[in-house]
Design a binder for this molecule. Structure first.
Ligand code: COI
Length: 431
């Protein structure tokens, strides 16, 4: 049940039971206020790398305690945001689920004892891993709840609420996953980084061309998954070629999962648009990815010939980033809501990494060889939730980058992704 009553402490508690409950709620709400009054300690990529680079036991314990103290502060801010929503919104399917999850995580973090040694840290990491899993479906749940609530919120209010929720969630997961990865490295549980080098979850020599190629081949795997599942996927049987040009040797420090989330989403959109625009053509025009290493930024332009963003209901391409149905009418579409509903009830919610997504589809296809349409359904479910572009926009801006779409109506779309190279920007203000 929703803990909405936390906000309304009865002053006329008559029975003993009531007064105990009110006391508890008063206490919990007081704790929330105390944490929400604290400022988040925002970090930059460079700080995360610098701190994690020369690890020892003392620093690892310090990192654990930072995460233990910082996460409940960030969660408390978002709980406050949720409480400020109209009641009808917070009671909405999806939003109420997230509110519950956040209260529970807040309470658990708040009560977690200080970490004093490596053994405590192992317990802490396994506690955090469980929470990361439990929160796997937060984004589709929120997107579902807010889409359903869209008629009750002004577009600016809805979008700024969603932005804060998503930026903050990214930030919490970055801190949590970074600490777990630092622990894994320290205790010899190394991860495979394809030789790109890493500190925690940050790749210190992330090759942009490699990431583009990895995403391209993952999208082709996806083609493999649906191959033969006619008639629906005649459309996706053949993907256009992806040409990568520009400064091909570009490497920088970044979170690979974030970069590849964006590239995967953007390439997927370009591929789908190209295929849809050129139905029946024997050859598809290629997608051109241009990588440029500037002094402060890495820029990636993705150009397709998929017809552009011709949509009479769209006032500006940036409306595609919006969660409000007044800016982006697809938010209230039945099929979108249905896809969000199933993604929000899936334990993993949305994919954690691109590889996991493809692995899941492949596995499913292997298990269901007699019914390939199940795999296709899954593809539609994940592909149709429509939050990939909005999430990419949030990811791009998280460490001070940008994402812009330019439509050459009737011809194609150019996407400009710019990411800071030096890692000195602090996380977004809304963590
Ligand atoms: C989230 O994924 O929403 C989180 O807050 C994760 C955190 C509790 C580790």
């Amino acid at each position: 049940m929703l803990r909405r009553e936390v906000r309304y402490v009865s002053s006329a508690a008559t029975t003993r039971r009531q007064s105990t409950a009110s006391g508890l709620h008063f206490y919990q709400n007081r704790q929330l206020e105390l944490y929400a009054a604290k400022q988040a300690q925002r970090l930059s990529l460079r700080q995360l790398v610098f701190f994690g680079r020369s690890m020892n036991e003392e620093r690892l314990i310090k990192s654990a305690n930072y995460v233990r103290e910082e996460l409940p502060v960030r969660i408390a801010h978002r709980l406050r945001d949720l409480q400020a929503l109209p009641y009808v919104v917070v009671m909405q399917e999806g939003v109420s689920k997230v509110y519950e999850l956040y209260w529970s995580a807040f309470e658990k973090f708040r009560r977690f004892p200080p970490i004093e040694n490596l053994e405590d840290n192992e317990k802490f990491c396994s506690f955090v891993r469980t929470l990361l899993d439990e929160h796997g479906a937060v984004i589709p749940s929120l997107a579902l709840g807010l889409s359903l609530s869209s008629p009750n919120l002004q577009p600016d209010q809805l979008d700024s609420f969603m932005r804060r929720m998503l930026v903050s969630r990214i930030s919490r997961r970055v801190l949590a996953e970074h600490h777990i990865a630092l622990t894994d490295s320290f205790t010899g549980r190394e991860r495979d980084t394809d030789g790109e080098g890493h500190v925690g979850i940050i790749y210190t020599g992330l090759g942009v061309e490699n990431s583009v190629r990895r995403c391209t081949s993952l999208l082709r795997e996806l083609n493999y998954v649906v191959d033969g599942a006619s008639p629906h996927d005649q459309l996706v049987r053949q993907w256009p070629e992806v040409i990568v040009e520009g400064h091909l040797g570009t490497r920088f420090s970044y979170i690979r999962e974030h970069l590849e989330y964006m590239i995967f989403e953007l390439l997927k959109n370009s591929m789908q648009a190209t295929v849809a625009k050129h139905v029946g053509a024997t050859e598809l025009p290629p997608i051109v990815v241009t990588v440029v290493a500037g002094e402060d930024n890495v820029s990636i332009r993705i150009s397709d010939q998929g017809g552009g963003l011709l949509n009479p209901k769209l006032k500006s391409p940036s409306d595609l980033f919006s969660f409000s149905h007044l800016r982006n009418a697809t938010r209230m579409e039945h099929s979108r809501l249905g896809s969000l509903r199933s993604a929000s009830s899936h334990p993993a919610g949305m994919r954690a990494t691109v590889e996991e997504l493809v692995q899941r589809w492949q596995q499913e296809q292997r298990q269901q060889t007699e019914d390939v349409s199940v795999a296709v359904k899954k593809l539609e479910t994940e592909a149709g939730v429509g939050i990939g572009l909005a999430m990419s926009y949030i990811f791009a801006r998280y460490f001070g980058g940008s994402l812009e779409l330019v439509s050459l109506d009737g011809w194609g779309t150019d996407v400009y992704l710019k990411l800071p190279k030096l890692g000195t920007n602090l996380e977004g203000i809304e963590v």
